[in-house]
Design a protein around this ligand. Structure first.
Ligand code: THU
Length: 157
């Protein structure tokens, strides 16, 4: 028997500590919250994905009267990004959210398990780490890879 720890490295940073490209990605994710269709939860989530062809693709959660038919911002965005630019590798994703009070969340929003699994597929396709930036009102958490968000991920069968 052997015990081991799985460690998730997280960097907490202020907006002014981000480089230009990451700051832009954060801004794009925050702007994308305005385009959420979330009449049921009123939780407006935006995502922005930077591709290696220089494009930034944004998306937002899309809800539905039949609740499970809705889609999170992360999956709306990664599916669109890969459908639009199938040859391009993902480089980084930023996720931002505004709560029912309309304000950006005080603590960074984290992708749900299904979105982590979906994003992992594109990290595997990219063949390199895809940076994950989780955005709050006045700080971000930066994780080095999607894999870091999903320990013991399912990836082969
Ligand atoms: N949601 C996202 O879009 N991304 C997340 O990371 C968490 C949750 C959406 C799904 C649903 O439309 C609403 O937020 C409330 O769960």
């Amino acid at each position: 028997m052997r015990k081991f720890d799985i460690v998730t490295p997280v960097i907490e940073a202020g907006f002014d500590e981000l480089d230009h490209a990451d700051r832009r990605l954060v801004d794009d994710a925050m702007c994308a919250t305005d385009r959420a269709y979330a009449p049921y939860s009123k939780f407006h989530v935006g995502a922005a994905i930077r591709l290696d062809n220089g494009e930034v693709v944004t998306g937002a959660n899309q809800e539905n009267a039949a609740y499970p038919s809705g889609t999170c911002a992360e999956r709306a965005t990664c599916y669109y990004a890969h459908a639009r630019w199938p040859e391009a590798a993902f480089m980084a994703i930023a996720v931002a959210a505004r709560g029912t009070d309309g304000e950006f969340v005080a603590e960074p929003v984290a992708p749900c398990g299904a979105c982590r699994q979906a994003l992992l597929e594109y990290e595997t396709l990219a063949g390199h780490d895809v940076k994950v930036i989780l955005v709050a009102r006045d700080k971000v958490y930066i994780l080095p890879s999607v894999r870091a968000t999903l320990p013991l991920a399912f990836s082969e069968f």
